[in-house]
Design a protein around this ligand. Structure first.
Ligand code: HEC
Ligand code: HEC
Length: 196
């Protein structure tokens, strides 16, 4: 009797596991399965999370992305069948769209930096002699976002310390409108310059 119960419970757990595995398998798209079967991510971890090489240059908003991706994948591995390539593109498409959008935002933030900040803080955030403090490695970039936002909107007046060095100057408001642009610029500054 006891043994019978254990056996039944065991079988129930086994069937439950099978059901879970089946559910996970069937919830994968055909594209995802193709990517797995071909081991794309084994050789290229994160391949689809950044724009494929050449795609960012060739793609402009509004033009279809699908043919570009198909071509890039088939050029890279001619042994991949057209069918498999099409399925892999379905998997890659939303990720590439997201990656391209991020890329575009970074480009816009970089353009803003070059136009509004680089003259004083340097193209690479290196600063200028004793006139303008560096942004590269500056502890001001890792301060709270609201502190940075304030600097971008209101400017800054010394005395301040940047990487152990004293500055006592004035930065007038650099003319960055509040809103999304500020946030993108802050993200860009941190990504580019937060580490020395
Ligand atoms: C056995 C390892 C391996 C597998 C599996 C593999 N690739 Fe590649 N792939 C490579 C190598 C090596 C290159 C050439 C890299 C280079 O030239 O720098 C390459 C190049 C590429 C490129 C050109 C861009 C680049 O990063 O150089 C794309 C796109 C690409 N592969 C996509 C795929 C896709 C999609 C799959 C799955 C269908 C896949 N790869 C599977 C090894 C692999
Ligand atoms: C006209 C020159 C000038 C421009 C343009 C300028 N800054 Fe500054 N910035 C300064 C000076 C001078 C200081 C130091 C102010 C002080 O002593 O308090 C400073 C300080 C800073 C600081 C804090 C100290 C540091 O080095 O980390 C940050 C952050 C900063 N600026 C960011 C920016 C950003 C981002 C832009 C572009 C939107 C910009 N600045 C544009 C001159 C400038």
């Amino acid at each position: 009797m006891r043994l019978g119960l254990k056996l039944t419970a065991g079988i129930a757990v086994f069937i439950g596991l099978l059901a879970v595995i089946f559910y996970i398998e069937s919830s994968n798209t055909a594209g995802e399965q193709s990517v797995r079967t071909h081991g794309c991510l084994l050789c290229h971890p994160g391949l689809f999370d950044t724009p494929l090489p050449g795609i960012a240059e060739q793609h402009s908003p509004g033009t279809p992305l699908r043919p570009l991706l198909t071509e890039a994948i088939q050029n890279a591995h001619s042994a991949i069948s057209a069918d498999a390539a099409a399925r892999i593109v379905e998997f890659a498409l939303p990720r590439q769209q997201q990656a391209l959008a991020l890329n575009h935002q970074t480009d816009a933030a970089q353009a803003l930096y070059l136009a509004k900040c680089a003259a004083c803080h340097g193209t690479h955030g290196e600063g200028q002699d004793d006139r303008y403090p560096p942004l590269r490695g500056s502890e001001w970039l890792t301060a709270t976002p609201s502190r940075l936002q304030e600097i971008l909107h209101r400017g800054l007046q010394g005395p301040i310390t940047v990487r152990g060095k004293e500055w006592n100057a004035t930065m007038l408001p650099p003319g960055i409108p509040p809103g999304e642009e500020t946030e993108q610029l802050i993200l860009f500054l941190r990504q580019q310059f937060a580490r020395p």
